[in-house]
Design a protein around this ligand. Structure first.
Ligand code: FES
Length: 117
């Protein structure tokens, strides 16, 4: 049975799902980055499922997947802005623009990310 991580930026109904890897590729507590059609998408395993956001900080391009994870937030390693992994919201300065989020689907042991058409 499929399980979903809720992405705020794209509806599961309108997304096209791309198989990116295996569930075991994403350990709890840190992100795994997947290249999906010229995008770098960071996938996180939180207590209630998988979530995916752009790996690029909206402040100055920092690699979010290399940032520390605290609960459902990631801290940009470059200047310390916090983002919600679940909603993509920019929670602290210097970032003010949210990061894109993507729905995640688990199909057996496969991990799929929903992207726009
Ligand atoms: S690049 Fe992420 S906070 Fe500046």
């Amino acid at each position: 049975m499929a399980r979903w991580g809720r992405g705020g930026g794209l509806s599961e109904r309108t997304a096209r799902f791309v198989r990116v890897g295996r569930v075991g590729d994403v350990p709890p507590g840190r992100a795994e980055v997947f290249d999906v059609e010229e995008r770098k998408i960071a996938v996180y395993r939180l207590e209630d499922g998988f979530y995916a956001i752009d790996d690029i900080c909206t402040h100055d391009g920092g690699p979010l997947a290399e940032g520390e994870v605290e609960g459902d937030q990631v801290i940009c390693p470059r200047h310390g802005a916090r983002f919600s992994i679940k909603t993509g919201a920019a929670l602290t300065f210097p970032a003010i623009t949210p990061v894109e989020t993507y729905p995640v689907r688990v199909d057996g042991e496969d991990l799929l990310i929903g992207i726009s058409e």
